[in-house]
Design a protein around this ligand. Structure first.
Ligand SMILES: [Mg+2]
Length: 180
């Protein structure tokens, strides 16, 4: 059970846009760790939608610290995205390793328990964040295109998600201000 918990996000939602700023803030989170590929942009692109740019802006306006943590080898692309969004970034992260998360927490000057990690992959974003003691939210990948290895991992992920769903370990909606 506790091993399973390492793979379990608090919620699985369609998109970062389904993670309300008010929810994040009201739960006491002060730091937000963001994955890049298939979380805030379609895989391996810099196609940042105005909606997501605005969502990040609203996080900052709420006084939250935001930091990208990305495994991508496209360091320049990730750095450019972070710059456009006006947020910090940690590149070449090797998630689920804890190291990059630790660096992100340092940059944001927040503790693990006051930080929420958001990403599209269970075995990097969720596992890494949970290992570091963050709360995590899993979003559906923006596009089907992905790193070739990731496509295989998704098969296992799908099985794991079924198990977690069946056990009622994660919610599918983050409501605010209504109670859930
Ligand atoms: Mg990703």
């Amino acid at each position: 059970m506790s091993l399973l918990k390492l793979f379990c996000p608090v919620a699985r939602v369609d998109s970062v846009l389904d993670v309300p700023v008010a929810w994040i803030y009201s739960r006491g989170f002060r730091g937000v760790v963001l994955d890049v590929d298939n979380t805030i942009v379609p895989w391996n692109t810099d196609d940042l939608s105005p909606e997501i740019a605005q969502w990040v802006e609203s996080l900052k306006r709420a006084g939250l610290s935001v930091c990208i943590v990305s495994n991508s080898g496209g360091v320049r692309r990730v750095e450019e995205l972070a710059k456009r969004l006006g947020i910090d970034c940690v590149t070449l992260a090797v998630k689920p390793s804890k190291r990059a998360f630790r660096m992100a927490l340092e940059k944001m000057n927040v503790t693990p328990s006051e930080t929420i990690g958001i990403g599209d992959q269970m075995f990097t974003d969720v596992l890494g964040g949970n290992r570091m003691g963050l709360s995590t939210v899993l979003v559906r990948p923006m596009v089907k295109r992905d790193f070739i290895l990731t496509k295989f991992v998704r098969l296992v992920e799908r099985v794991m998600l079924k198990v977690l769903e069946k056990r009622g370990m994660m919610v599918s909606r983050l409501e605010y201000p209504n109670d859930e």
